[in-house]
Design a protein around this ligand. Structure first.
Ligand code: BG6
Length: 464
């Protein structure tokens, strides 16, 4: 393979609530993730003293980060995407002053990355917010939360301005449509009008964070983060094609607002047709004008869309209500594997926005089985990642400006959808199971050495 550009960033991505553990340490407050012990689609269960959730310890990254970062450095990472747990900084969300111990922890984390020349990319809110803001203020449904978020964002920008130059606002901001508690702190049975109002507040908050970051760290770049949910028409019937356009717009809408600074006409029509009235002030409209510097997105799978009611009744049913593509294989969790779709998506986003793109999540969740000697020969993961990276290289050749690639979960972690540890993504195996048994010891899988070669050769070791 032709080598990737020299400036291309290589690495991995993790999220605080899926790796850190230490869920009440150093003054941390309870987050929406803490009260969802079974994952982002699970029931809310308020914490009682003595009960244990898998995320309470997760993979104990909070204490083991120096060793884990050393392993990332051994693979040659030039970038690590992490998130800050908002609840470590503002435990209930509405305090006036931040929690110094939380800030001090991230200071140490960023210093450790600097020691290894690894560029941090930091998500401000990755699938969690202070539970206090949900319980006492109504989550993002309440406009007041914009102010709390802005205070949090300004606090971390000010504190880490010399250490972090790449920021992301909300992880998979479009996910709120499928998991309202995780995205916007609203109950699962909230109606569309409530969800879109909360989303509006979050979009305003995201834009205010972009503005604040530009003011406080002039040499920083801020991106949005979309779940790249590319959909194909199930057939070439014009009605299927039109329906697919509408479905893709359900998530592209977020990118349109964050990149173009205003609501697109098709969304205003959707609101009119569905009797949704968004309370949007002139100052909201003004705030939205602060658009992102680059677009980041996750990419795991694609799906199909049909306008035919009967087809839909039979085939839809999974979380994102996609119809399976008859031409694609799937992972053990039913996520359809589509490397070419990544090239399509990169080209589509580049054509639409002409802003640099960053793939901040991609990977294969699988049930690894260590051999008798403890080695994990994860050829399936190598082949998945190889095939996706080949398509990234193709997209660069197509003229798309791709800044970098951080694969999801370079070290095994707790899955977001079901809070499982048996759904492993890592190059590094962690000895812990779904019940929390295990030593938490780390070991290198076969893919560890493979990724190391890919990075060292700037992608020329990839196989077509
Ligand atoms: C993305 C999230 O949706 O997908 C991550 O940003 C998540 O937090 C990842 O872990 C993979 O999903 P899962 O459910 O396999 O962990």
């Amino acid at each position: 393979m032709k080598a990737f550009p020299e400036t291309f960033l290589w690495g991995g991505a993790v999220a605080a609530n899926q790796v850190e553990g230490a869920w009440l340490e150093d003054g941390k407050g309870i987050s929406t993730s803490d009260v969802q012990p079974h994952g982002v689609f699970g029931e809310i269960s308020e914490r009682k003293s003595g009960d244990m959730g898998i995320k309470d310890v997760a993979i104990d990254f909070y204490h083991r980060y120096p060793d884990d970062i050393a392993l990332f450095a051994e693979m040659g990472f030039s970038c690590l995407r992490v998130s800050i747990a908002w609840t470590r900084i503002f435990p209930n969300g509405d305090e006036q002053q931040p929690n110094e111990a939380g800030l001090a922890y991230y200071d140490k984390l960023f210093d450790e990355l600097a020691k290894h020349n690894i560029t941090p990319m930091v998500t401000l809110s990755h699938y969690e917010m202070p539970w206090g803001l949900v319980k006492n203020h109504g989550g993002w449904g309440n406009r007041e939360v914009i102010t709390f978020f802005e205070r949090y964002a300004r606090t971390v920008f000010t504190r880490f301005k010399n250490k972090v130059k790449l920021w992301l606002t909300f992880n998979e901001i479009n996910m709120s449509l499928h998991a309202p508690m995780t995205g916007v702190g609203l109950a699962g049975n909230s109606i569309k009008a409530e969800i879109y109002q909360a989303i509006h507040h979050q979009l305003v908050a995201s834009a205010l964070a972009v503005k604040a970051c530009h003011e406080l760290i002039p040499d920083a770049k801020v991106g949005n983060m979309l779940l790249g949910g590319l959909m194909y028409p199930l057939t070439c019937k014009p009605t299927d094609v039109l329906e697919t356009l509408q479905e893709n717009r359900q998530w592209l809408f977020f990118g349109d607002v964050q990149c173009r600074g205003e609501y697109p006409g098709y969304m205003l029509r959707y609101f009119r047709d569905n009797n949704i009235e968004i309370d949007m002030s002139d100052s909201d409209r003004q705030a939205l004008k602060s658009t992102v510097d680059f677009i980041s997105f996750s990419y795991y799978m694609t799906g199909c869309v049909s306008a035919d009611e009967e087809v839909n009744a039979k085939a839809r049913g999974n979380i994102l209500s996609m119809i399976p593509n008859p031409h694609l294989p799937a992972s053990e969790w039913g996520w359809q594997i589509d490397p070419v779709g990544l090239r399509v998506l990169l080209n589509m986003l580049w054509d639409r926005y002409q802003k640099p793109l960053f793939i901040v999540e991609n990977g294969l969740g699988a049930k690894d089985k260590p051999d008798a000697d403890g080695t994990v020969n994860d050829d399936y993961r190598i082949s998945y990642l190889n095939d996706h990276l080949v398509q990234v290289r193709e997209a660069i050749e197509d003229g798309v400006n791709v800044l970098g690639y951080t694969c999801w979960g370079p070290i095994d972690l707790v899955s977001a959808s079901k809070a499982e540890l048996s759904k492993r993504y890592g190059f590094i195996y962690v000895d812990r199971d779904d019940q929390g048994n295990g030593t938490l010891a780390r070991s290198r899988k076969k893919s560890f050495y493979w990724y190391k070669d890919v990075i060292a050769s700037r992608g020329s070791s990839l196989k077509r």
